[in-house]
Design a protein around this ligand. Structure first.
Ligand SMILES: NC(=O)c1ccc[n+]([C@@H]2O[C@H](COP(=O)([O-])OP(=O)(O)OC[C@H]3O[C@@H](n4cnc5c(N)ncnc54)[C@H](OP(=O)(O)O)[C@@H]3O)[C@@H](O)[C@H]2O)c1
Length: 329
């Protein structure tokens, strides 16, 4: 008999999430049936999308949504042998039974020396978001100037490094000075702390007096309202996320994007990484190659203990993480 621990979302978030929105429960799992496997979690991811999407996808009382790297510990499904590793969408739960539909095996030739938790970060969904968003939406070219916000996070840190690999000048911003030091370490050209600069306009102008060809936007809100006016003619904006607005209780009003878009003939495009699902293998193989070559560095912000999942989630939303926020069981 296996007892699974799970975090339930017992109250939909109102404003910033609270500890009381979650509840830890234990449940006995039944024996696996034909075609099923039993997964045991190694590590979990907490991601910004959980804040807005839980509102639409979960009922109060459901297991909190999310991905984990898990090991197959029992199997009645030949596609998932015991001992194999998968990325699972089972949510915040230590053990889960699956018929295989929500499981993605790690690449069979996953390099021994790389931690498997990277499959939730630089070598997983966030890394692929950076890869396809920058190359397919921003369409970066050698010699261009790229701006990225939430730059020290899971997606942003990969965006900046791929832009450098592609021969760009990279400007990044983050909300803490130790994050700026990290950005310099991973070869960003210009960095600033958006929380402490006296003027965002002046900081953007100082970092790139000629403006920006590409803007990879993870933050939205007021930052974007200012940044759009610093774009070069025919600039491209990849709208990846809007974390500055995820906890808003009311939809904020303008400033509106139309004028800078028209005046500078900009192209602004929202995207979801799933658009390139059929090309994930290509993206992952390229990202792994860059990591092994030392061109793409990674950092993980690790919280120990499944019992600390809500704290880790809220900490990530507050900006406590440098690199990918991961929870080890
Ligand atoms: N389109 C897609 O398919 C897709 C896929 C993955 C992620 N995303 C989006 O990409 C963005 C980054 O995700 P991630 O997983 O890489 O998270 P992350 O950057 O690792 O963590 C979130 C970071 O956001 C920053 N932040 C929080 N509140 C902010 C605010 N009010 N203003 C500015 N920055 C704020 C914090 O860093 P600071 O210290 O810099 O404030 C925090 O560390 C999110 O918007 C997410 O929704 C989109």
């Amino acid at each position: 008999m296996v007892v699974s621990k799970s975090w339930l979302l017992i109250k939909h978030f109102e404003g910033f999430p609270k500890s009381s929105d979650f509840k830890l429960v234990e449940r006995e799992l039944p024996k696996i049936k034909n075609g099923e496997v039993l997964c045991e979690a190694l590590c979990f991811s907490v991601d910004p999308y959980m804040r807005p999407y839980s509102q639409y996808s979960l009922k109060e009382g459901d297991i909190m949504m999310g991905t984990q790297v898990a090991r197959i510990v029992e199997s009645n499904n030949s596609a998932f042998p015991v001992g194999g590793y998968v990325v699972s969408n089972a949510g915040w739960t230590t053990h889960s039974i699956s018929d295989g539909t929500s499981l993605t095996p790690l690449l069979p030739d996953w390099p021994e020396k790389l931690p498997k938790s990277l499959a939730l970060g630089t070598l997983g969904m966030p890394g692929l978001t950076a890869y396809f968003g920058l190359l397919e939406v921003c369409l970066v070219k050698d010699g261009e100037t790229v701006l990225v916000n939430a730059a020290a996070g899971a997606v942003g840190s990969v965006v900046g490094q791929i832009a450098k690999i592609k021969g760009c000048k990279v400007v990044g911003c983050a909300g803490a000075d130790d994050k700026l030091a990290y950005l310099k370490e991973i070869s960003f050209d210009e960095v600033f702390n958006y929380k402490t600069v006296p003027s965002l306009v002046e900081a953007l102008k100082k970092a790139s007096p000629d403006g920006y060809d590409c803007y990879f936007d993870n933050v939205g809100g007021e930052f974007s309202s200012v940044a759009l006016f610093q774009m070069k003619y025919f600039g491209r904006i990849a709208v990846c996320g809007a974390i500055s607005t995820y906890n808003d209780l009311e939809v904020s009003k303008g400033p509106y994007v139309q004028f800078p878009l028209v005046a500078k003939e900009l192209r602004m495009e929202g995207f979801l990484v799933h658009r390139w699902k059929k090309r994930y293998d290509e993206g992952l193989r390229q990202l792994i190659t860059w990591v092994l070559e030392g061109k793409l560095k990674y950092r993980e912000h690790i919280t120990k203990g499944f019992e600390n999942m809500p704290a880790a989630f809220m900490g990530m939303l507050k900006g406590e993480n440098t690199g990918k926020a991961i929870i080890n069981v």
